[in-house]
Design a protein around this ligand. Structure first.
Ligand SMILES: [Zn+2]
Length: 380
């Protein structure tokens, strides 16, 4: 674990909000501490943690509801949960002999408060804004370089400036050294999902193909089932409802397999290769061939490209786009001859020099050797 601390760029309204929450947190701490001191500990047995739990219940069920405490309703309830928690920590440190007994917090003490996202960890996106659960989105002075996952946010003030800090898992820090430094070309295809110029291949998983076949059959067998028709006043039959529910499940299953495959593939590539050359996707050209278009959108080429794009920041590699009109499949990687290559042709046989190569590998090699001056960076 290591911590990241960022300066917040706040307007006056947001400053007031932060100060109010810090005040709320201090109020809770002092409220709990004062009740702890008033308790008759001979009569009231148990650990201080249990006692503080009871005090928190009193606050939630009684104190908070009093009209003079109506102001607490406008503030994040997460703050009072963590306020009680920090009082517990103070008592536990004292009992262990690490420090003196807990003291009241004064207005001159450093203003700070903590928010824990109770529904689990949140992903922070890259950029110049940070979203803090229950508080809102705030500008930060320097942008987040990569996406972080965290659950706890501590907001504090130092010398008139407000900061947010959060801890992240050290394991999430990516390796910045890539195994392969020279550019690699990636040819995307229908037969083999990705063919790389170093000869490695990524094939879409078998279960995906199977699930696709199953889906096709399911849809064909039930081709006459109609999920009702409101205009004609036809109600959906139970069997039709069942069928469409099953269909939705199969669709979700397929999407999951695909997403999983794409995530693994793009992570592996981003980690291994320092420079990746891919073809800029040609949307207009794909529409011309309908069958190919559906196969391509299905395989997730756009999603593949999007993931490679944002992972650049994570893994410190570069993804460069080759012009969509560059004839990567039609060019001979040996002599530079350009000849027509219908989609059915799986092997490149050069009419000029006689060079023979796998169609996809030939294309990938061509993509790899495009000079950097002719490439365009892929914006994340
Ligand atoms: Zn040739």
């Amino acid at each position: 674990m290591y911590a990241i601390k960022l300066e917040l760029k706040l307007n006056n309204k947001q400053r007031t909000k932060m100060a109010q929450h810090a005040g709320f947190s201090r109020f809770i701490y002092n409220y709990g501490l004062s009740l702890m001191r008033q308790l008759d500990h001979k009569e009231f047995k148990g650990s201080s943690s249990k006692k503080i739990d009871e005090i928190q219940k009193t606050f939630t069920n009684f104190t908070k509801k009093q009209p003079e405490f109506a102001w607490t309703k406008k503030l994040s309830s997460r703050v009072y949960q963590t306020g009680f928690r920090s009082l517990k920590d103070a008592y536990s440190r004292w009992h262990k002999g690490y420090c003196k007994a807990p003291q009241f917090k004064g207005k001159k003490d450093r203003r700070s408060f903590t928010i824990v996202n109770s529904s689990g960890k949140v992903v922070l996106d890259t950029g110049k804004r940070i979203k803090i659960p229950t508080l809102g989105t705030f500008r930060i002075t320097r942008s987040l370089e990569c996406r972080y996952v965290t659950q706890t946010f501590t907001i504090s003030e130092t010398a008139g400036k407000w900061f947010v800090s959060f801890s992240v898992d050290a394991e999430k820090v990516p390796l910045l050294i890539h195994e392969v430094a020279e550019p690699v070309g990636v040819d995307l295809g229908v037969k083999c999902f990705a063919t790389l110029s170093d000869g490695s291949k990524y094939v879409a998983p078998q279960p995906y193909q199977k699930a696709k076949t199953k889906l096709g059959k399911q849809q064909w067998r039930n081709r006459n089932k109609v999920l009702g028709n409101r205009r004609l006043g036809v109600k959906a039959s139970n069997n039709a409802k069942k069928h469409y529910a099953r269909l939705a499940k199969t669709h979700a299953h397929i999407a999951n397999i695909r997403q999983d495959f794409l995530q693994k593939t793009t992570t592996e590539m981003s980690r291994k290769y320092a420079v990746i050359h891919i073809e800029d996707l040609n949307t207009s050209g794909m529409i011309a061939n309908h069958k190919l278009a559906s196969a391509i959108s299905d395989l997730g080429f756009y999603e593949f490209r999007r993931q490679l794009g944002y992972k650049q920041k994570h893994y410190g590699n570069k993804v460069l786009l080759v012009d969509r009109w560059y004839p990567s499949s039609k060019t001979c990687n040996n002599c530079g001859n350009v000849q027509p290559m219908p989609l059915s042709e799986r092997t490149y046989e050069c009419g000029e020099c006689g060079h023979v190569a796998d169609r996809d590998l030939n294309a990938a090699l061509n993509l790899a050797s495009v000079p950097s001056g002719e490439l365009k960076p892929l914006e994340p």
